[in-house]
Design a protein around this ligand. Structure first.
Ligand SMILES: Nc1ncnc2c1ncn2[C@@H]1O[C@H](COP(=O)(O)OP(=O)(O)OP(=O)(O)O)[C@@H](O)[C@H]1O
Ligand SMILES: [Mg+2]
Length: 445
């Protein structure tokens, strides 16, 4: 049996720890209190309960501190076979620690190249992989020059950004000025764990017009394959905000193959040769164009949507691949279609004062799964970053259009029940043929 080290986890990622324990492995779990906001406390408690060794570290950027936590946990560093993180914020710490103790892990340089949105695009250019025009800047003056050269509209994102923090689409120099004027305040509003990852650099990028997809790419040190291609739901009013996913992607087979091959090329160019990676790609008129690579398995609700319909458990695959014990890699086979939609307020508002504690239960019978954390009188902030959603609904069907329509209908009904405006996804695709839906379950207009 082997010894696996988790440097933090997402809420759903606790399933990887569960699988590792069931398979008889030793698990060490290092926990970082800065990231408690990313999952309900009971899930991290569960991770600590399951782990054989556990300890806390304060700052994922402090390699010595993370190594000290490993010592504090009582685990013997020499017996660790592999180290990983399912949480974006700690992917670099896990890769660095794996290298420091001689365990298997994603190469630290590759993680650094993927995380840095400017370096990542430079690598793509070096490998002649189609990408978007960009410049890395630190001041408004530089940003104005870059945007002028690239041509408006541009998107401005922190080079090390995660979760849509301090990100704006700007259509004019005035809007670009507004982004920089508000950036400090936006940064101050972030959770400490989000803000601490950022530095002073922004990337100014050509805004790609098209349909958003993602690919989970798996690499076991030898082969690198697209495990699954996924369609992404984006906001109708603000396309930067992601509101859910569909599995499968909804793309015709030939385009899905092209998307998978593109994502694999991107991971290979970056040197991401061990792990499961989340590659976000825009389908534009000119072809597929990278948005970004997260050098870890997808977060959010997507792992459970994949597991609802795939023939292999993605967390089991992640663990086996790190330990070098898995079956040969191949794309997942999907037995049905899954769709999930996040529930999030479109404006700052308050839940009804007379909301019953079990109000959400009425929605569950029509769904595969879902949750909502809203109590009577609770204030619900307008969605600005990923963590602002207060719930999720998931539908599974043999027909993707039906699963999608069930999510849209349920989201609409939840908004009515709470009496608040919810973020609405853009139902149309620009460059992807739409599957024909069942008119009986067409989404509300
Ligand atoms: N160049 C671009 N053209 C068009 N849309 C873009 C571009 N870059 C980003 N976006 C949109 O903005 C969203 C956020 O960008 P990106 O994924 O780079 O940031 P992030 O903060 O790392 O997000 P997350 O961590 O949630 O994935 C993307 O999902 C996409 O919808
Ligand atoms: Mg992203």
């Amino acid at each position: 049996m082997s010894h696996l080290l988790f440097v933090e986890t997402t809420g759903l990622g606790v399933q990887a720890i569960e699988y590792a324990k069931k398979a008889g492995h030793t698990v060490t779990y290092l926990h970082c209190p800065q990231y408690e906001f990313t999952a309900p406390p009971e899930l991290r408690d569960r991770a600590r309960e399951l782990a054989d060794h556990t300890a806390a570290f304060a700052d994922p950027a402090d390699d010595e501190g993370v190594l000290a936590a490993l010592r504090d946990s009582g685990a013997d560093a020499g017996t660790v076979d592999a180290a990983l993180s399912t949480l974006s914020y700690c992917a670099q710490a896990a890769a660095n620690l794996a290298e420091a103790i001689g365990a298997r892990g994603t190469p630290a340089d590759a993680v650094a190249a993927a995380r840095d949105k400017g370096r990542c695009r430079a690598v793509l250019e070096e490998h002649a992989i189609p990408s978007l025009d960009f410049e890395v800047v630190t001041t408004l003056a530089q940003a104005l020059v870059a945007a002028d050269r690239i041509g408006y509209p541009v998107i401005v994102k922190p080079v090390l950004g995660i979760g849509k923090a301090v990100t704006s689409i700007t259509r004019s120099p005035t809007e670009l000025e507004a982004h920089f004027a508000l950036a400090d305040a936006a940064r101050a509003d972030l959770e400490q764990g989000m803000a601490s990852q950022l530095d002073e650099r922004f990337i100014v990028e050509a805004l790609a017009h098209g349909d958003l997809y993602s690919v989970e790419v798996a690499a076991d040190g030898e082969t690198c394959v697209p495990l699954v291609c996924v369609g992404r739901k984006v906001g109708l009013d603000n396309p930067v905000l992601e509101l859910g996913c569909t599995v499968p992607s909804g793309l015709p087979a030939d385009q899905e193959r092209e998307l998978g091959d593109y994502a694999v090329r991107v991971c290979r160019a970056l040197g991401l040769d061990l792990g499961v990676f989340h590659v976000e790609v825009m389908h534009t008129e000119a072809g597929f164009r990278l948005i970004e690579v997260n050098p870890r398995l997808t977060g959010g609700a997507l792992p459970d949507s994949i597991n609802a319909v795939a023939d292999r458990d993605i967390f089991a695959l992640l663990v086996d691949l790190h330990l070098g014990t898995g079956e040969p890699l191949r794309p997942l086979r999907l037995e049905a279609a899954a769709s999930h939609t996040f529930l999030a307020a479109a404006e700052n508002c308050t839940a009804p004062a007379d909301l019953s504690p079990d109000w959400f239960d009425a929605f569950l019978p029509g769904l595969h799964s879902g949750w909502a954390r809203v109590t009577a009188g609770q204030s619900l902030p307008r969605m600005t970053v990923n963590f602002d959603s207060f719930g999720m609904v998931r539908a599974v069907s043999s027909d993707l259009a039906i699963a999608d329509a069930v999510c849209a209908e349920t989201r609409h009904a939840v908004g009515e029940a709470l009496g608040i405006p919810l973020m609405t996804e853009n139902p149309s695709k620009m460059f992807t043929p739409q599957p024909a839906g069942d008119p009986a379950v067409a989404p509300p207009s």
